[in-house]
Design a protein around this ligand. Structure first.
Ligand code: SIN
Length: 541
């Protein structure tokens, strides 16, 4: 089946939905999303949106905090425009029905939280379920918009560019690339559809599933980064994977975050010996930047041999804890942990990809008519380490900017009809008789990425990871060409691609900076390495 649309949006988190709502007055919109529309990383974001509202805060301070977290690699123009646009974007969300926490005594004042690396309280939040509340309100509006068609249970396989031939993945010409849609698998019917679009937006979120332990939703398999790279777009800074210091450690808890806001409200990290330890590592103690806290925990775990550290907030009033963190409180209690009376066991886990598909300040990639926004993109905001709660902010600001530019471009593109594209080529493929290859390689990649390309890296670990990914990539390619595509195979192909790019980027950076720490090069080297790590596939493939 072939669908034609003005705007094709791949992904349904805050970036994709915000973009959709803004462009829908100008053209038809198709949103393709892998599972249920709500099943995105946005939905699980607990902390909030960093923005300047407090009278003691200023844009300059927020800019400064973002730059110091980013450790020399932020694009200052981007930092400035994102920070300054923040309050407008937050108010727009409220107009769309998002309910943030406001002071009871003055409903025009936000109840602002504090998180690591922030010099002031500036986290606009909705209890400890901010992402859920934002996603809920956006989905409500999407569902009532007649120009937006939502394709749930549809997973994009690859972008379609002019330089790509009919046969999947084979590049035949080298003229300037332009994106004209994507091949998409309907996972309920097992049919591949062709989506022809004037403008395509990648908003597929993060890639936490590349690692064994992650705070991310199961859908976070780096699809946008992998598809963009395969299509010939430039990607950058993929070595900067942020590990959140505090994910719940419990055999029955999968991917559950204990928000940094718990430390913002006074929570203290203690080791298995019952001692607070952050003062040994940083003067900002428990509210140091995430790279510092995650490395400190990693060190404590290795030093003591314990399986987790603990986050203790028992000194606060139980009623306050229950009210401020209803979601975390409920989840912990369901597992037999009463956080008002006992410390919560926590470990670091892969949380956020600071690198991604390179875009300009309007979300445009270096492939014409292809935009990328949100965690998929690398705009220059985060540099070598993202400041907490700057991600929803970036997604909102860039969705707005990308939409304004896409609307302008649509005017030019509308002079020509939408292209007829070749259907997906299924010749020569049969159903697999070896599904074990997919599940085995999924596990293997996630495990060696965790062990060799995690919080603390070394040349030897990276080269072990490189050897493994090379072999796995060959196996996946052979399988991909011979058998019918499935959602699991598509995701495996993407996590393998992203893993390869992370390893390659980490091997090339011969220093330690922000989230990238290599024991062979423990120092930062501004002279040689104060630059982005850019990768681009050669067009010959
Ligand atoms: C958290 O609540 O700790 C996550 C916030 C973020 O990653 O920005």
């Amino acid at each position: 089946m072939e669908y034609k649309t003005d705007f094709l949006i791949i992904g349904s988190g805050v970036a994709g939905l915000t973009f959709a709502l803004k462009v829908a007055n100008y053209g038809d919109v198709a949103i393709v999303t892998k599972r249920d529309v709500m099943e995105t990383n946005t939905r699980y974001a607990q902390g909030g949106i960093a923005s300047v509202f407090d009278k003691y805060d200023s844009f300059e301070l927020h800019i400064q905090d973002t730059l110091s977290a980013g450790n020399g690699l932020c694009n200052e123009e981007v930092v400035e425009l994102v920070v300054r646009d923040g309050p407008t974007r937050v108010r727009e969300l409220m107009d769309w029905g998002v309910q943030f926490n406001l002071y009871k005594s003055d409903r025009s004042v936000f109840d602002l939280g504090l998180e690591g690396g922030h010099s002031k309280n500036r986290i606009v939040h909705a209890e400890d379920l901010t992402g859920y509340e934002v996603e809920r309100a956006l989905v409500d509006r999407i569902r009532e918009n007649e120009r937006i068609i939502l394709f749930e249970n549809h997973i994009a396989i690859d972008l379609i560019t002019y330089s790509k031939s009919v046969k999947r993945g084979v590049i035949t010409t080298t003229h300037e690339d332009s994106c004209c849609g994507a091949y998409v698998l309907d996972t309920k019917k097992n049919e591949v559809h062709t989506f022809s679009a004037r403008i395509t937006l990648l908003a597929t979120g993060g890639a936490g599933k590349v690692y064994l332990y992650t705070s991310n939703a199961d859908v976070a398999t780096g699809d946008g980064i992998a598809m963009a790279y395969r299509a010939g777009a430039s990607v950058a800074n993929l070595e900067f994977v942020q590990f959140h210091p505090t994910c719940l450690y419990h055999p029955k808890a999968k991917n559950f975050l204990i928000s940094e806001a718990v430390r913002g409200e006074g929570g203290v990290l203690i080791n298995g010996e019952g001692r607070p330890f952050m003062e040994k590592y940083d003067p900002q103690k428990d509210l140091a930047c995430r790279d510092v806290v995650a490395r400190a925990i990693d060190n404590e775990l290795k030093r003591t041999g314990h399986e987790s550290v603990y986050l203790d907030i028992t000194h606060k009033d139980p009623d306050f804890i229950r009210k401020r963190f209803p979601n975390i409180y409920k989840k912990c209690l369901s597992l037999g942990i009463d956080m008002t009376r006992e410390p919560i066991p926590v470990v670091p886990a892969a949380h956020y990809m600071c690198g991604g598909v390179i875009t300009d300040t309007y979300g445009r990639t270096d492939i014409k008519n292809l935009f990328a926004v949100g965690e998929t993109a690398c705009t220059g905001l985060h540099g070598a380490n993202r400041l907490a709660s700057n991600s929803l902010l970036e997604a909102l600001v860039f969705a707005h900017r990308a939409a304004s530019r896409a609307i302008q471009e649509l005017e030019r593109l509308s002079r020509n009809p939408i292209h007829d594209l070749p259907p997906w080529d299924t010749v020569g493929t049969t159903d697999s008789d070896e599904v074990i290859m997919v599940s085995h390689n999924w596990d293997e990649i996630r495990r060696f990425m965790w062990n060799y390309v995690g919080i603390v890296r070394s040349n030897k670990r990276l080269s072990r990871a490189w050897n493994r990914i090379e072999n796995i990539q060959k196996e996946i390619m052979a399988y991909y060409w011979n058998f019918t595509v499935t959602a699991d195979l598509i995701e495996l192909r993407n996590i393998a691609m992203v893993a390869e790019l992370i390893i390659k980027s980490a091997m090339s950076r011969k220093e330690s900076r922000g989230l990238h720490y290599n024991i062979q090069y423990p120092q930062k080297d501004d002279e040689k390495w104060r630059r982005d790590t850019i990768l681009k596939r050669s067009i010959e493939g």
